[in-house]
Write a protein that binds this ligand. Sequence first.
Ligand code: SAM
Length: 290
Amino acid sequence: MTTGPSRHEPVLVEAVVEALRPCLDGLVVDGTAGLGGHTQALLDAGAARVIAIDLDPDAVRWLARRFQGDSRVQPVHASYADLPGLLGAKRPAGVLLDLGVSSRQLETADRGFSFRLEGPLDMRFDSTSGAPAARLVNRLPEADLAALLRKYGEERRARAVARRIVARRPLESTTELARVVAGAFPRRQRLHPATRTFQALRIATNEELEVLREGLAKAHRALREHGRLAVIAFHSLEDRVVKQTFRTWARNGDGEVLTRRPVRPGRSESRRNPRARSARLRVLAKAKGD
Ligand SMILES: C[S@@+](CC[C@H](N)C(=O)[O-])C[C@H]1O[C@@H](n2cnc3c(N)ncnc32)[C@H](O)[C@@H]1O
């Protein structure tokens, strides 16, 4: 579906624009363009050209409509890990990665990202390829499922959750899975008990951390000399990958980390946009071209 208003408020938008301001006269790649909130802000700040990439074909259709007739924007259905190949000879001055899931994806029940909305166990960013989350939920051996929940969800009750899931398989829907997971928790939790399980399944279904490691390296390779890479992470697993990768590059003389500490949203942004609360922006300037 490509109709309906965009309700996704881009996070840390001013900090992103400031980080990429020196790049706006060249090509900027918005590697996770989603509904185009950051792309729009970069254009408003004077960006000359933006390649707006997303892995979700629905998001790309949306971007094509939103920026129809604007010759500065080129929407592309791809993974940011397909850089630099998809750019040909072009070298971007800036690359932005705003990781995770968009509000629109979360709020579309049949994408299966939300444990609050009844939908299939899908969770793929690209619903045209790869296996849905149901494959992991219904086929993984119990020990492997527990390991996955521990590794990608940092779920302390991973064994109990995996045991309950396996005992009640096959599971068909998001809300059914959420109910089964909740049964593995003795008391009411502050966080919904299915939060960590859904995070883990989404990360594993899309191989998000592997794609992030590969995508960071590819983005760095694609950038022109002194080009900037800005990354917004939403949980500690992906932020750790960004932090360690940037540190390694800085140590090897391949770049300079411009954010000694990650940029976090202020109180008013967190209040206005709860999704922003866990956001952390890190920015690196590439040292030299290759
Ligand atoms: C948090 S949203 C981005 C929101 C966007 N910055 C905006 O202002 O509307 C993250 C987006 O990244 C996309 N995505 C996830 N993995 C991707 C990948 N490997 N390559 C490209 N896009 C990806 C998702 O489909 C989603 O639309």
